[in-house]
Write a protein that binds this ligand. Structure first.
Ligand code: F6P
Length: 338
């Protein structure tokens, strides 16, 4: 069979290993593999490259995606006919679409048009509905924890409170995971559970009890009372460009306490670096599982992980939903902070 793969959305570490594992097995079993460049844009422009195990082996344990990515929405741009034409021209039997809910949404549309598609969830946000873990999340947590723990001593030395902004869009998984593995005394997530006033109170209390600078983690997608963020720029899928909220939080913190906090935006640092072992293993799992589903003739589904077991989730069920942190669970976890 002729397989094709694309990688869409924000990249994360582990994608190149996923491509390697796909090529490794497909080659062994006598199938071919091409990769469309820059996500759906490559399908619109019929821009693809042959992928082979040996070539991909040179790029194992690296971050980014060798295929490139793009927030391209061919549905919105009315270009699904071009997508289909490229797949026909390249004689592709199965498309494996890897990315977050936006990428998987287009994959669902393509499946509904009759093409064989299997989706795989990849995003540092870990917010894709229907699977326990998205590829790249573990490495992002590791990167964030290392970075924050490396900065804390400096803040303590300068006696300067620190507010660290973590990506994650509307889900607080990354922010919470990083907060739990650093000396953070507060964490604001988009799901709620902690207000700005509560965050400030926690930081004041931490300073009083410990006699040193306090650390708070804020997720980029938090809501702040009286702050309208709906005017932010949107991407092709309508997502707001959230980055930068920590500067607003920093200003409000200064107004409330008189102290000027150090604001750090983690940004792309979370996505980079070699994938941690959990992500390499997840990449292998997803590659094998996606191939199994495709060879079994399944289409319009996502190769998922549920309670440690492979599962096939209809892409139509993944659409329009997000896996968010449960509010009650979040409240319990916040009690564990310093
Ligand atoms: O969806 C993954 C993600 O890293 C989000 O956490 C973040 O909001 C977004 O990508 C940033 O996207 P961009 O690279 O387009 O700024």
């Amino acid at each position: 069979m002729n397989f094709a793969v694309l990688t869409g959305g924000g990249d994360s570490s582990g994608i190149n290993d996923f491509l390697y594992f796909l090529a490794q097995r497909l080659e062994r079993e006598g199938h071919s593999l091409i990769g469309f460049r820059r996500s759906w844009l490559g399908l619109v422009n019929n821009d693809a490259v042959a992928l082979d195990r040996q070539g991909l082996a040179q790029h194992r344990f690296t971050s980014g995606t060798l295929l490139g990515t793009e927030r391209k929405n061919p549905i919105k741009d009315g270009e699904m006919d071009l997508v289909l034409r490229s797949l026909e021209d390249r004689k592709v039997d199965v498309l494996i679409a890897m990315g977050g809910d936006d990428t998987l949404g287009v994959a669902n549309h393509l499946a509904e048009m009759g093409f064989t598609v299997v989706g795989v969830a990849q995003t540092i946000d870990d917010d894709v509905y229907g699977t326990d873990r998205t590829l790249g999340y573990y490495t992002a947590i590791y990167n964030g924890v290392r970075a924050v723990n490396s900065m804390v001593a400096s803040n303590v030395a300068h006696d300067r409170d620190m507010i660290v902004e973590i990506m994650g869009r509307d889900a607080g998984w990354l922010a919470l995971g990083i907060a739990l593995n650093t000396p953070a005394c507060a964490c604001m997530c988009p799901e709620g559970a902690m207000t700005l006033e509560e965050m400030i109170a926690s930081m004041e209390e931490y300073r009083r009890i410990n006699g040193k600078a306090a650390l708070a983690i804020v997720s980029e997608g938090i809501q702040l009372e009286g702050v309208d963020r709906t005017g932010l720029q949107r991407d092709a899928f309508g997502n707001l460009a959230y980055a930068g909220v920590s500067h607003i939080v920093g200003d409000l913190y200064k107004k409330a306490t008189g102290r000027n906090p150090r604001v750090q935006v983690m940004g792309y640092l979370l996505r980079g670096g070699a994938p941690v072992p959990q992500d390499v293993e997840l990449a292998a799992f997803y590659a094998n599982h996606a191939i199994d589903l495709a060879l079994a003739g399944k289409t319009g589904c996502m190769a998922a992980l549920q309670n440690g077991q492979p599962a096939a989730v209809p892409l139509s069920e993944v659409m329009g939903r997000k896996k968010l942190v449960d509010l009650a669970d979040l409240r319990e976890k916040l009690k564990l902070l310093s």
